[in-house]
Design a protein around this ligand. Structure first.
Ligand code: NCD
Length: 359
């Protein structure tokens, strides 16, 4: 029997599983039509509690390309959440209607809640400022197709590294490949959070100066300042426009250095960069469809290579302890059972949002 698996963070896939999935995505890219009936009769539910066009359409395109169908909602206002329904109840119901679901939610950890009550694979399509594993699949496929490898790379991440969930997921994924170094370029206020930094160990250097580090990078990952996550609008106004990549600045970079961006961009990449052969962001969006096709096939047990049998580690229930961070689903009216995990360094983390919790 095919075992139920979810994708909440890129770390839910082992490195060999990830490599097999990316190789399947590459095969799909070379002949998408060969897969046009692979998911005939299957249904994908897109549960989007937070606005998104690109990611939602990318999931829908992926399922339609596979011959399956899609259903769902595109804002919390058009779902029963406006009547007060919990994520736990919504996913119990959706499990009766669909074979797989993709969930985007403004609260960190919401897809973790869903995974505990779901009978179908749950894919995290972005939870608050936390994780965005399918963007990572698109990013990795783009890096692989451009540079031919995922190891021994000096990767520059530039912009909002604090709230940018795509950065958190991609650093976690790339940290598992040998010899990668991460140059984190951001204003002081938008640095990588401690939990994400710890995952990458000593491979991280931090700077505020893009131009100074540009020549050493094998790859540059630009990001948007995440306006919607700021509690203080004045701070956003002060930090917006911190980094703008122009053709002129790019002249100092390696000829082979792809520029990635999860999109949408605001002003952090000047449109005059779009014609440069290093601009890889539109092809990254195309790769996102192939990567999601490979993921859907894999989680439904329809891929040529099945996932490995995985030992699930039960999260810890510790009476009296509560994360309760207002950005975490545990701090909302949903009030899921508090659960924790112990990180490699022995510290305790909220199982839902990954934040350190003091015992
Ligand atoms: C990203 C996201 O939603 O986190 N976009 C995306 O998935 N296409 C990046 C962003 O919104 O800046």
């Amino acid at each position: 029997m095919h075992k139920l698996r979810h994708l909440l963070t890129p770390l839910d896939l082992s490195v060999p599983e990830l490599d097999r999935l990316l190789s399947l995505a590459g095969e799909i890219a070379s002949d998408p039509a060969a897969w046009q009936s692979a998911c005939a009769g299957k249904k994908l539910a897109t549960l989007f509690y937070e606005p998104s066009t690109r990611t939602r359409l990318s999931f829908e395109a992926a399922m339609l390309n596979l011959g399956g169908s899609v259903l769902g909602f595109s804002s919390a206002g058009s779902s029963s959440v406006s009547k007060g329904e919990t994520v736990a109840d919504t996913i119990r119901i959706v499990s009766c209607y669909a074979d797989i679901c993709a969930m985007r939610h403004p609260l960190e950890g919401a897809p973790w809640v869903a995974s505990r009550f779901s009978r179908i694979p749950v894919v995290n399509a972005g939870d608050g400022g936390h994780q965005h594993p399918t963007q990572t699949l698109a990013d990795l496929l783009t890096i692989l197709r451009r540079l031919g490898r995922l190891d021994h790379l000096t990767v520059g991440f530039c912009g909002d590294l604090k709230y940018g969930r795509t950065v958190h997921s991609l650093i976690a994924a790339l940290s598992r490949y040998e010899g990668n170094r991460f140059v984190c370029i951001s204003p002081e206020e938008l640095r990588l959070p401690a939990a994400q930094r710890a995952a990458a160990g000593d491979a991280v250097v931090e700077t505020a100066d893009l131009e100074a580090v540009l020549p050493q990078l094998d790859l540059l990952y630009m990001t948007r300042i995440q306006q919607e996550r700021f509690t203080d609008p004045a701070e956003y106004q002060r930090l917006r426009g911190s980094y703008i990549l122009t053709r002129k600045k790019l002249s100092a970079a390696k000829e082979t250095m792809p520029v990635l961006h999860p999109l949408p961009r605001v002003d952090e990449i000047d449109p005059d960069v779009d014609d440069d052969p290093r601009a890889a962001y539109f092809e990254q969006a195309q790769n996102g469809v192939y990567a999601r096709m490979a993921l859907i096939l894999t989680l439904l047990g329809l891929a040529p290579d099945p996932l490995d049998a995985k030992e699930e580690k039960e999260p810890l229930s510790l009476p009296g302890l509560h994360c309760g961070d207002p950005r975490c689903i545990t701090g909302s009216a949903e009030r899921p059972v508090p659960l924790f995990v112990r990180a490699a360094d022995g510290s305790l983390r909220c199982w839902y949002c990954g934040r350190p919790v003091t015992e």
